[in-house]
Design a protein around this ligand. Structure first.
Ligand code: COA
Length: 261
């Protein structure tokens, strides 16, 4: 595994926890942090010891308080477009399209790019002190890391517009009601809840999970018919060792032992 300055990584029992670690800047995403996250996730994708990834922020206060405002405050139009384009490719689309499940453990402020990281993950769990929002219009800019798209996909267009237009933060309980997060826990139980979800998912077929990710994502991809993707992915499952193992184990009344092949 690579050595990183702004993130911490730890793998235990198939679960890789990636902690964004700039607590004095509330874990704001600067260029280097985005690059390091990309590298860690790319390594996780190919590491057979990693089955599922949890992303969180260090400290008690913030998951991620957004893109690093100091870094882009003097950018011009072309630099702004490049920031959004490269960030989306390196991190936000990359998380969404990872073949391994990702869970965001939202341990505090998830603002701007921080909320955009969370909504790129497949599942979100928030601690009850978390605050979530897209404050960009208060800075004269819009969410540029997929927030205008993925937030609306999760909570619907009306609520996404309200969050984006007011720039207000919402509580973890409201986020739960709105369908923005899957679960809310106490701060002390946050990682335990994420690990509980992970320990269940880890027993499932990795190749089927990858097919499920591709199929669900296809619903939101431009010019792609998600139903057709599902048909193709469904068929592909029948050619996997996991499918043979899963169905054989069921018929033999035992637990399956999947290899992801
Ligand atoms: N980019 C760069 N630095 C950030 C940051 C960001 N998005 N969010 C917080 N920080 C830095 C602050 O500048 C401060 O650094 P300093 O101690 O060197 O001055 C440090 O993190 C602590 O933040 P501070 O504002 O003092 O904490 P707070 O408890 O008073 O307020 C927030 C917390 C989250 C409400 C506030 O930091 C905030 O509004 N951050 C920006 C959120 C945002 O607009 N994000 C979208 C960016 S597109």
């Amino acid at each position: 595994m690579s050595a990183f300055q702004n993130i911490l990584t730890a793998v235990e029992n198939g679960v890789e926890t990636i902690t964004i670690n700039r607590p004095d800047k509330l874990n704001a995403l600067n260029k280097q942090t985005i690059q390091e996250l990309h590298q860690a996730l790319a390594e996780a994708e190919t590491n057979d010891l990693v089955k599922i990834i949890i992303i969180t922020g260090s400290g008690q206060k913030a998951f991620v308080a957004g893109a690093d405002i100091a870094e882009f405050a003097n950018f011009n139009r072309e630099q702004g477009q490049e920031l959004s384009d490269s960030g989306q490719k390196l991190l936000f689309d990359f998380i969404q399209n990872l073949s391994k499940p990702t869970i965001a453990a939202i341990n505090g402020f998830a603002l701007g790019g921080g909320l955009e990281v969370a909504v790129s993950c497949h599942i979100r769990v928030a601690s009850d002190n978390a605050k979530m929002g897209l404050p960009e219009v208060s800075l004269g800019v819009i969410p540029g890391y997929g927030g205008t798209q993925r937030l609306a996909q999760l909570v619907g267009k009306g609520k996404a517009f309200e969050m984006i237009m007011t720039a207000d933060m919402i509580s973890a309980d409201d986020a739960l009601t709105w369908g923005l997060v899957n679960h809310v826990t106490t701060p002390e139980n946050l990682m335990a809840k994420c690990n509980e979800l992970a320990s269940k998912i880890i027993t499932r077929s990795p190749s089927a999970l990858a097919s499920a990710i591709r199929s669900v994502n296809a619903n939101f991809a431009d010019g792609v018919n998600g139903f057709e993707t599902e048909i193709v992915e469904f068929g592909k499952c029948f050619a996997t060792a996991d499918f043979k193992e899963g169905t054989t184990a069921f018929l033999e009344k035992r637990k399956p032992s999947f290899t992801g092949k």
